[in-house]
Write a protein that binds this ligand. Structure first.
Ligand code: MTE
Ligand code: MO
Length: 431
């Protein structure tokens, strides 16, 4: 087992894990006299706890005018997107990460979806918004928001994963928290127009083979998309989880490219050019390619390979008590559905099948659980997902044999968490 210390300068902000553990330990001895035995002891103020009547039961609560737009409880203030300061030079061209260890089920709340911007989050007035289609079409067209909303629309749940998710882990275990190692993924229900309908409206010429969607942000983000994908399941989305897209996610409209790497999901989309060959633009030549050991680069690696991660326990979410505990995590595949997830407690010697719960949808996050008894021994936790094509999530060593160590993108290797006797959890690798 080896752990590579964080080599880059700066610090990662994380909750005080030791403080959590202390609070848990102290509460162990603080069971109120005469209390009815429970499964676990409570922390906090005993005056508010059974058999007493809590403070909040004695007076009227907030009126319905207090929160015109509802916000999470103030006790959940630590559940936020976080960035890694040393990762990028500024915050406009930057990344923050989804707090996966605080979430459950398969849907990411809108305010917690990770953000990746190449030129900051553009502020677009929907009244001025237009989507232009030009190039190899019968009639070049410009659509307003109102135009887009008059097409038949569909609702689909998809994950979006940045190609660079887990990219800092290629050479060894580095970041302490699944928020940072795996938090460049989110999964929401999109409402929008199948791209096919919009392209049909403009009329594709017979030599139309590629699209170049382009963003309205300062970065003017663009990528070449093959026509087969565009006509298959791409969408122009304007809603996420039922409400308008958040500005950070491309308000008022973004491209949805199910199962494919996040950089193709152009936000604030302003134009789609139709062509007969790919453009070989910056984001598909200098970026988002994988340089192999032999000097060749993998290109157009669009589909996100099957991957999984244990979100709890994990470095930001230590094990608090011995006895009955729950391992929970997420699995996904850009090629279809998650068929099975295996979990090991001993670094891969013994594998057991996890329990999948909730919807199992193609190209969406899938939730798994594994209930177990913890006797206080050290554990080496891993999860391994298998998708509907039969593809098995590889180990990080297998990935390095296949692709070398020059890569940043497309690291879908098996993650290991070392649970120590104290309950604290560390990012490690086993070999
Ligand atoms: N216009 C535009 N679209 C963009 C980007 C961008 O910088 N500008 N970033 C891309 C990248 S690299 C990713 S991973 C996803 C991130 O989507 P999110 O911010 O909704 O999580 O958006 C993609 N679409
Ligand atoms: Mo990305």
């Amino acid at each position: 087992m080896s752990k590579q210390k964080q080599s880059a300068p700066g610090t990662v902000q994380m909750p005080a894990r030791r403080a959590f553990l202390k609070a848990g330990a102290a509460a162990g001895g603080a069971i109120a006299a005469g209390a009815v035995p429970g499964l676990a002891s409570a922390t906090g103020n005993p005056e508010n706890q059974a058999p007493n009547v809590a403070d909040w039961s004695h007076y009227l609560g907030d009126g319905v005018d207090a929160h015109p737009y509802g916000m999470p409880s103030e006790h959940e203030a630590h559940v936020v997107r976080r960035n890694v300061e040393w990762l990028t030079a500024d915050t406009q061209s930057s990344i923050n990460f989804t707090p996966l260890h605080e979430l459950d089920g398969i849907i990411t709340p809108n305010g917690l979806c990770f953000e990746r911007h190449h030129g900051g989050a553009a502020e677009v007035d929907p009244a001025d918004y237009q989507l232009m289609i030009n190039g190899l079409v019968d009639k070049p067209m410009i659509f307003t928001m109102d135009d887009l909303k008059r097409f038949p629309r569909v609702n689909r749940i998809y994950f979006l994963e940045c190609a660079a998710n887990s990219g800092m882990e290629w050479r060894g275990a580095q970041l302490n928290g699944c928020q940072f190692t795996h938090g460049m993924v989110h999964c929401v229900m999109y409402t929008g127009v199948p791209l096919k309908y919009i392209l049909e409206e403009a009329g594709l010429k017979t030599n139309a083979k590629w699209l170049m969607p382009e963003g309205g942000d300062a970065a003017g983000m663009n990528r070449s998309v093959p026509i087969e994908k565009a006509l298959d399941d791409c969408m122009i989305a304007f809603k996420m989880n039922g409400e308008a897209l958040r500005r950070e996610q491309g308000y008022p409209a973004r491209l949805v490219v199910p199962g494919w790497e996040g950089n193709m999901w152009v936000k604030w989309i302003r134009r789609i050019e139709v062509g007969d060959e790919p453009w070989h633009a910056r984001e598909e030549t200098s970026k988002y390619t994988d340089l192999l050991e032999n000097g060749k680069a993998r290109r157009f690696t669009w589909e996100m390979d099957c991957k999984s991660v244990i979100t709890n326990p994990s470095p930001q979410a230590p094990l608090m008590v011995k006895g009955h505990n729950i391992i929970s995590g997420l699995a996904w595949s850009g090629r279809g559905t998650v068929e099975r997830v295996d979990v090991t407690l001993d670094g891969g010697k013994n594998w057991r099948t996890a329990r999948i719960d909730g919807p199992v949808l193609p190209k969406a996050l899938t939730r798994f659980y594994f209930e177990f008894e913890w006797n206080g021994e050290g554990l080496l936790l891993q999860s391994r997902a298998i998708d509907s094509t039969g593809y098995i999530q590889p180990t990080k060593d297998e990935l390095r044999v296949a692709r070398g160590t020059n890569s940043i993108y497309h690291n879908n290797g098996i993650q290991t968490w070392h649970v120590q006797a104290s309950g604290e959890v560390e990012n490690v690798e086993v070999s």
